[in-house]
Design a protein around this ligand. Structure first.
Ligand code: APR
Length: 235
């Protein structure tokens, strides 16, 4: 169980050219959550849903990790047992930065999942529509391996487990609209750092030890220094 949890959202991938969800021109400005990201949307809007994630998946091929991903990956690889990297993001930019053991709470864009047997199929950056309809294992329908609103989110338990021993919580690039990180703050957490572009109405920034309202790529060196100082003092 890591002592440092780095929990990120769409903001950490924004500088790599991946849209966030709720910022100006965010994905939810141009797409309806109920049509492409809500439990049951595959029954009512199957083609629209599958084509939405096809668009994101194909676009991911040319996206590169930015400086923030790379520094997080370096920290994780330097302190594999003391740092846990947990993200709400479905992109593979941490993996492209060679970050190990990333926990994806909301699924992984490159993967499809069988709606019946749960088998996972990695189709890299390809389109699913009319190409990957049925499960190779049981022939049932495949779906994007993404957690829609109202879907079960099995990886949340991993996050809660990691937070049990957490002494340093670093929050990067999330509005808190889905996971309100304030609720994780408790006396065991000695250092909490919040990095977003600007204040979010979902997050009470006065609860955090340090708040950095700037781009993740500009905040990450200071965050890394604080983490290393904490770990070197303590362990
Ligand atoms: N550096 C740091 N933070 C940034 C940057 C940047 N370059 N650009 C934007 N941000 C911050 C914004 O200030 C905002 O607080 O990232 C946050 C993005 O918030 P959202 O768009 O709400 O994304 P996120 O919090 O990850 O959404 C949570 O909602 O739609 C669902 O499943 C989806 O995982 C997603 C979840």
């Amino acid at each position: 169980m890591a002592r440092v949890v780095i929990l990120s959202g769409a903001g950490i991938s924004a500088e790599s050219g991946i849209s966030t969800f709720r910022d100006e021109d965010g994905l939810w400005e141009n797409h309806k959550i109920e049509e492409v990201c809500t439990n049951g949307c595959l029954n009512r809007f199957r083609e629209k849903t599958i084509k939405f994630y096809d668009m994101l998946r194909v676009g991911l091929k040319t996206k590169e990790p930015n400086y923030a991903h790379k520094i997080v990956a370096k920290l994780k690889n330097r302190y594999p047992d003391n740092i846990s990297v947990i993200t709400q993001n479905i992109d593979d930019l941490f993996e492209k930065a060679n970050c190990k053991d990333v926990v994806h709470l909301h699924g992984f864009l490159k993967e499809l999942r069988c709606e019946n047997c749960g088998d996972i199929l990695n189709i890299k950056y390809k389109e699913q529509f009319e190409k990957y309809e049925n499960c190779p294992n049981c022939d049932s329908l495949l779906r994007p391996n993404i957690v829609f609103f109202g879907d079960p989110a099995p990886k949340y338990q991993d996050m809660y487990d990691e937070l049990l021993n957490c002494e340093v919580l670093v929050v990067i690039g999330t509005s808190g609209a889905v996971i309100n990180t304030d609720m994780f703050l408790n006396p065991k957490i000695k250092l909490s750092i919040l990095n977003n572009l600007k204040p979010s109405r979902y997050i009470n920034d006065r609860l955090y030890t340090k708040v950095l309202y700037t781009k993740a790529s500009l905040a990450i060196d200071e965050i890394a220094k604080d983490i290393e100082e904490y770990l070197s003092e303590k362990y």
